[in-house]
Design a protein around this ligand. Structure first.
Ligand SMILES: C[S@@+](CC[C@H](N)C(=O)[O-])C[C@H]1O[C@@H](n2cnc3c(N)ncnc32)[C@H](O)[C@@H]1O
Length: 256
């Protein structure tokens, strides 16, 4: 199910998302009898699937990755990269595996679909997950410096994570252009994601004295202020240090 779209990808592009998944999902992956992860829509070359396997194995040595692509030519091109723990299959949102994966990662896939299609795609993918599974769906720039993703459980969306290379950041709302499809058209006054990015920019500006200690200290200060101001920040300093912040989906979900 779905349509073939542009296959743009790059080595190491999804490192921020991979690291977050490895940290957030390690216990479930380690507990599972069959810790299978799907890299859905890996693109013209299967680098992101190869890297996902490597990063998951650092926290869950029995993890396996199945790369799923809707373009059969891209499946054929990936075959030489198959190895122990890594296979490739032709398919789409139906996720053509016999069992229920512990993880479905779809990066830069829904970006090329209509906003109106997102809810149904999420419902379908969430319906394929293991009861302990996670769907991670989001968007980044070509080399992965700015990245925003939604994490969903079988029941639906849970969190939104913003992750960025701090040295290159002028202001947090620079990430707006990489919002996932469900949010990118909602960055307008009256919508929660717009209010969040506005408050984040204000907190970042107020934290400017911390810039002399480095962009990391400034980011951490700004995130603390966001949390103090009532935004439901769900993670802590260990993640903030990486140029990340995770907030609950409920606070950013579109209202319009
Ligand atoms: C822009 S590439 C992203 C590659 C990689 N995930 C990345 O982030 O670098 C999007 C890929 O998703 C594939 N795709 C689009 N819809 C799909 C679907 N329903 N199921 C599987 N793959 C899909 C496209 O064929 C394309 O190769």
């Amino acid at each position: 199910m779905g349509t073939v779209t542009r296959g743009t990808t790059n080595p190491n592009r999804l490192r921020r998302m991979d690291r977050w998944i490895a940290a957030a999902h390690a216990p479930a992956l380690r507990r599972a009898a069959e810790p299978v992860a799907v890299d859905l829509g890996y693109g013209a070359a299967p680098w992101t699937a190869v890297e996902l396997l490597g990063r998951l194995r650092t926290v869950a040595p029995r993890a396996r990755v199945v790369g799923v692509e809707i373009d059969p030519a891209r499946v054929a091109a990936a075959e030489p990269y198959a190895r122990e723990g890594l296979t490739f299959r032709h398919g789409g949102f139906e996720v053509p595996l016999p069992g229920r994966p512990l993880l479905i990662r779809a990066a830069n896939v829904l970006r090329q679909y209509d906003e109106s299609e997102v809810a149904e795609v999420w419902r379908r993918l969430c319906g394929r997950l293991d009861p302990e599974g996670l769907l991670v769906e989001g968007t980044c720039d070509e080399i992965g410096r700015r990245h925003v993703w939604v994490a969903l459980g079988p029941e639906g969306p849970r969190t939104v994570t913003f992750a960025t290379r701090l040295a290159a950041l002028e202001r947090p709302s620079d990430l707006a252009e990489r919002l996932p499809k469900a949010l990118i058209h909602r960055n307008v006054p009256g919508e929660p994601v717009h209010a969040f990015l506005r408050d984040f920019d204000r907190a970042w500006a107020a934290a400017s004295p911390y810039a002399s200690y480095g962009a990391r200290q400034r980011w951490m200060r700004a995130v603390r202020d966001l949390a103090a101001g009532g935004w439901p920040v769900l993670d802590g300093p260990v993640r903030w240090r990486q140029g990340e912040v995770t907030v609950s989906w409920g606070a950013l979900a579109p209202v319009g």
